[in-house]
Design a protein around this ligand. Structure first.
Ligand code: NDP
Ligand code: MG
Length: 394
């Protein structure tokens, strides 16, 4: 592969949507490791509630624009950045401005459907999208991939499994690709009986055995809804048929995912469970950067285990397959229902297993919505699914 000038501008000029989150903070760490202000220009940073961190980040990296998604916090951010010359904006229009500014590469790291509009806006002007915000692809994969392709930008996965597939996918042998195998850690409840899972609290669910991540994705790892989203994400990123997407539980999280080919070969990407490798790859692609992350010591690791996922205890995987089979707007519905149910679980309104029960009921109620031609149709399905799920969650 050779370097190419992205249609959306210089790839060294970067915007981070969601800079105050787990992926955002790791992205700024990677940028610092790769030379910081000598190597990159930061066009815009966005956050939401964490104004102190956003302001500190913007000062440290010399961002041109800082945006809070929360309009009520505009004054606070403005005050925190007074005298710095850094422009400040807020709300939906602020996020749109951040997305539209001329950064060649945009890290999409907002959590949930809230990231869809700004990510699409960045794709529309041909920026390369380093995509962590998987909900964008789950809710509107066809639209986002089509928009990026039309504008001449790339969607480069940041999710570790999809980065692994992106790294091991031989583009010259695309015709010989048989299947992809997404690895799943199994989360904190991998060995728990169903009755114990039914009584799990948010504090038990948020503790991931291998990865340190934001709240929603940590709960999603415990329920395996994160893997369900990743199955749909993979379908859109790599243009796969549903039956080509497999999931295997791999508790060590060392093999980040695999691609199987027609000659029986399986190519895998391995690494320590540290998102900075996938982030660094997405920021530097098509080159590999030098990163100060842990090197694997195989003799110390000793063994790698694999087991079949249990769809009785983790119905999320079955729901992903259902959404893939039904097509249309089922991805958007699954995503919105699960996000709403997850928030209800975190707030203590519903039990752990009710997240999948509610999501399935909402998917059944909203089956048959045709594929979306526009973001408006996606957002309408998203709103309907949220309303239904919220009613069911009480
Ligand atoms: P976090 O919860 O840590 O961070 C989310 C970011 O989005 C923060 O910057 C937050 O701002 C901002 N945000 C929250 N709500 C809104 C809103 N309504 N509008 C705009 N911005 C908002 O999440 P993660 O970093 O863990 O995850 C981000 C995305 O990356 C998710 O889609 C996740 O699935 C994906 N991902 C994460 C991985 C990880 O290791 N964490 C691994 C693979 C994928 P603030 O904090 O200031 O309120
Ligand atoms: Mg992942």
């Amino acid at each position: 592969m050779s370097a190419r000038a992205p249609a959306g501008g210089d790839a060294r000029r970067i915007t981070i949507l969601g800079s105050t989150g787990s992926i955002g903070v790791n992205t700024l760490d990677v940028i610092a490791q790769l030379g910081g202000r000598d190597a990159f220009e930061i066009e815009a940073l966005t956050g939401s509630a964490n104004i102190a961190l956003l302001a500190r980040q913007a000062r440290q990296c010399g961002a041109r624009l800082a945006v809070t998604a929360d309009p009520a916090r505009y004054g606070e951010l403005k005050e925190a950045l007074a005298g710095t010359g850094i422009a400040v904006a807020a709300g939906r229009s602020g996020l749109a401005e951040a997305a539209q500014r001329p950064a060649g590469r945009v890290m999409a790291a907002i959590v949930g459907t809230a990231g869809l509009e700004p990510t699409l806006a960045a794709a529309e002007r041909g920026a390369d999208i380093a995509l962590a915000n998987k909900e964008c692809l789950v809710a509107a994969g066809d639209l986002l991939i089509r928009t990026a392709a039309r504008a001449g930008g790339r969607v480069i996965p940041v999710d570790s499994e999809h980065s692994a597939i992106f790294q091991t996918l031989e583009t010259d042998n695309r015709h010989a690709l048989e299947r992809i195998v997404l690895t799943a850690s199994g989360g904190p409840f991998r060995t728990w009986p169903r009755e114990k899972m039914a009584a799990a609290t948010p504090d038990m669910a948020r503790v991931h055995p291998n990865w340190s991540m934001g709240m929603k994705i940590s709960i999603g790892s415990a329920s395996m809804f994160n893997k369900a989203l990743e199955m749909i994400e993979a379908r859109h990123l790599f243009d796969l048929r549903p039956e080509q997407i497999e999931v295997v539980v791999h508790p060590q999280s060392i093999v980040h995912s695999m691609v199987g080919y027609a000659d029986g070969s399986v190519l895998a990407q391995l690494g320590a469970p540290d998102m900075r490798t996938a982030i660094g790859y997405a920021l530097s692609w098509p080159r590999r950067p030098h990163l100060d992350v842990e090197r694997l010591d195989f003799a110390r690791i000793g063994r790698l285990d694999f087991e079949a996922p249990d769809e009785e205890r983790f119905p999320a995987l079955r729901l992903a397959r259902l959404a893939l089979a039904r097509g249309g707007l089922q991805g958007a519905v699954l995503n919105a229902a699960e996000e709403t149910a997850c928030a209800a679980f975190v707030a203590g309104r519903i039990g752990f297993l009710a997240m999948a029960e509610i999501t399935e009921k909402v998917m059944d109620r909203l089956a048959g919505l045709p594929a979306a031609g526009s973001i408006g149709a996606v957002m309408a399905a998203d709103a309907d699914a949220r309303r239904l799920a919220a009613t069911m969650a009480g």
